[in-house]
Write a protein that binds this ligand. Sequence first.
Ligand code: ADP
Ligand code: ASP
Ligand code: MG
Length: 406
Amino acid sequence: MARIVKKFGGTSVGDVDRIQNVARVIKAEYDNGNEVVVVVSARSGVTNQLIARAKAINPNPADREMDMLLVAGEQETIALTAMALHALGVDAVSMTGAMAGIKTDPYHTRARIVRMECQQLIEYLEKKRVVIVAGFQGANELGQITTLGRGGSDLSAIALAKGVDADLCQIYTDVDGVYTADPRIVPKARKIQEISYEEMLELASLGTKVMQARSVEFSNKYNVPFEVRSSFNNNPGTIVKEEVSSMEDVVVRGIALDKNQAKVIITNIPDKPGSAAKVFQGISDANVVVDMIVQNIGRNGVANMTFTVPQDDMDRASKAVEEILAELGGGEVTLVGDVAKLSVVGVGMRSHSGVAGQLFAALSEAKTNIQLISTSEIKISVVIAEGDAEEATRVVHTAFGLDRVD
Ligand code: ADP
Ligand code: ASP
Ligand code: MG
């Protein structure tokens, strides 16, 4: 007997037929004599619809009320999934995140898990009940409902796998694994059999949507290996686990593309100690996360600097910078919204040289101009025009020998 956590994302539970399909997958596992914890997301599109409805009523809804609203999406799915299992004769019970023992910090809409208290859930499992948990949600110390950031059902699943000491954690989605690039953009992308936590974390943080970055961070911290697989077929998926030495043989494991990027250019900022500190403190106070930063050499007492922020935060960042520049007594801000960040990722980069040269050569072949560059031990990122981004991704994919050979 094994204890298994299975998470089904929004598309997998998108309508009645799909929920019934999920129920059959769960029943098959249960009939094999295993204990099954299921985590489900809201039906695809529901969370976005709820957000749109909130903004139509109030452009700046309170975070607490947003959480109260958004959890409704997942709560619908747990009840329907439990009902679908009852119809198949399986004893299933639904639980909200709070009931399942997911304890978080107080930060609404982006709460972090601080503790798992899974006794009640484990008792249900021991009574041979299938437990269906609402993903994406928990409760803080005061019992207030919180959510775990977009895509947070992945985190619920991995945290529950840790909390109930599961033998296996499976993330079911609408693709049959993690690919070398988004298969919607690169049709020749290949399914990756095994990938290290660190590589998956970089890919997720750099815009690969298949896993929520924070969930991978959690799996890395607590060593919770998991499989990403399809809810629509039985193909083996991708195993995400601790790095093994053979993983370094592959130089580039995958390519991430993030189109939600914007460039903020500040010109003629007074070139004196403290200018940069003030600018970035102002941006941080506006709750905007800055990514790549480049400062040019100052001339005639003024300097220029450029940095990237998520496109959604562009206006907030620019407003914050304007205020700081007024305080500093000079400088202008220009915003460039239509940029994208393309990144190549692989632990093999630690032991192989020449990756940057190969990437730049491929981009030059794709006639793509590089605007900004940043590197770390296992990744190289470039900022390019959004219009060039998809074609550049395909060219880079081919250049690194990642294309599928049929
Ligand atoms: P779920 O609703 O199951 O959580 P998501 O929509 O969050 O699913 O993630 C699955 C999607 O991630 C896929 O449909 C795919 O287009 C996208 N994706 C982006 N990059 C990759 C990649 N490298 N490998 C697999 N899927 C990817
Ligand atoms: N429903 C939430 C979202 O759309 C959480 C999830 O699907 O993982 O972000
Ligand atoms: Mg997801």
